[in-house]
Design a protein around this ligand. Structure first.
Ligand SMILES: NC(=O)c1ccc[n+]([C@@H]2O[C@H](COP(=O)([O-])OP(=O)(O)OC[C@H]3O[C@@H](n4cnc5c(N)ncnc54)[C@H](O)[C@@H]3O)[C@@H](O)[C@H]2O)c1
Length: 337
């Protein structure tokens, strides 16, 4: 059976992706490699307990010796690389971990795949003819938009935070390994995801947690920054399609066609909460919104034009925003109990 190495598989998107792969590919082994940083959700391992398809290794993608051993001991035919430091605010207060994991870690992983899959002449070994390295990235590498337009695969890079700069560097490394060595690489750059199992520091879990604890709901600045939101399962489906059918060396932008200001997003979460868990004082949770000092260098707007993946690979987002948000809110309410 072939093995797919999933880095960062205990994180938000990686764990949702592993769940999805288990659902649709019972004939594939998943080797989950995760450092178990503060952002990991160890409960994902409980869901996979007893499932012989899944094995887990606690380790760092910067550890070249470990990576070499994993490639040597397992028939790794695919890498889906989620592992990253992912929270912009943390990259502003402590950028070093972002440079180490997102840049050096990606480099070590590309090197391990290159050493395992390519021969001395940089030709793919016959045993790895269908091997693939899928690099997971973000729309934030393209910088900020004004009120009009959308990012495409051709948008020049202009990262504005240490997080997006480190992801941009990792994208360039992935690209260079395809062009220089012929490593079979595909890359996706996705917009903001939402859904179950996201770390509590991120915006939607924060809104829900603060609301039900009757605390102020912090919104940066005026709340007018715009993001394009995609339900995580739809992102997972896009990843699977690109991993299987994307053209090697190509980049695919993935988005939800679903732009919301932070304030609109917050209002949507609150209107669900008001219905399914009303406040005891009869007021809306909306009254708990508090505007706080804006994030340094806060990008105004991100939006994705996902025409390429829609036309070439026939992917479209399937989950209506309100439906995905209801699933998300219910998940965090249930988790609290
Ligand atoms: N969350 C989003 O909205 C979003 C959107 C677009 C792209 N992305 C990208 O998707 C990927 C996953 O994002 P996420 O939101 O699931 O992140 P996350 O922070 O929830 O999870 C990251 C996971 O990586 C692990 N990890 C961190 N450093 C590691 C290291 N050195 N070695 C091994 N494991 C390590 C953590 O323990 C954690 O389990 C990231 O590359 C991110 O840039 C995220």
């Amino acid at each position: 059976m072939k093995t797919i190495l999933i880095t960062g598989g205990l994180g938000f998107i990686g764990s949702n992706f592993a769940d999805y792969l288990i659902e649709i590919k019972p004939d594939q082994n998943l080797l989950i490699l995760d450092k178990k940083t503060y952002a990991a959700d160890p409960k994902a391992l409980d869901r996979w307990k007893g499932n012989t398809q899944v094995s887990f290794v606690k380790g760092d993608i910067c550890d070249s010796t470990l990576l070499e051993k994993l490639f040597c001991e397992n028939n790794i035919q695919g890498v889906i690389h989620f592992a990253a430091e992912s929270h912009v605010d943390n990259s502003i207060s402590g950028p070093q971990a972002f440079v180490e994991t997102n840049i050096m870690g990606t480099f070590q992983l590309l090197e391990a795949a290159r050493k395992s899959w390519l021969d001395d002449n940089q030709k793919v070994k016959p045993a790895f003819n269908s091997a693939r390295f899928h690099h997971i990235s973000t729309d934030e590498v393209y910088g900020a938009l004004g009120p009009e337009g959308a990012f495409t695969e051709k948008t020049p890079y202009a990262p504005n935070s240490p997080y997006s700069a480190s992801k941009a560097a990792s994208d360039h490394l992935a690209r260079s390994y395809f062009h220089t060595y012929g490593l079979p690489v595909v890359t996706t750059n996705c917009s903001n995801n939402f859904g179950p199992n996201q770390h509590h520091e991120k915006l939607i879990p924060t809104i829900i947690r603060k609301a039900i604890q009757e605390e102020s709901i912090p919104i940066y600045g005026t709340g007018e920054n715009i993001r394009d939101w995609l339900f995580v399962k739809d992102h997972c489906k896009a990843i699977q399609i690109v991993f299987e059918r994307g053209v090697l060396g190509e980049v695919y932008a993935v988005g939800g066609d679903n732009e919301k200001t932070n304030l609109e997003l917050c209002a949507s979460v609150i209107s669900i909460l008001d219905k399914i868990e009303p406040r005891t004082n009869g007021e809306s949770y909306y009254k708990l919104i508090t505007h706080v000092t804006d994030r340094l260098g806060h990008d105004y707007r991100y939006a994705i034009d996902a025409t390429k993946i829609k036309n070439d690979l026939k992917w479209t987002p399937q989950t209506p925003f309100e439906e995905g948000l209801k699933i998300t809110v219910e998940h965090y309410l249930a988790k609290r109990k």
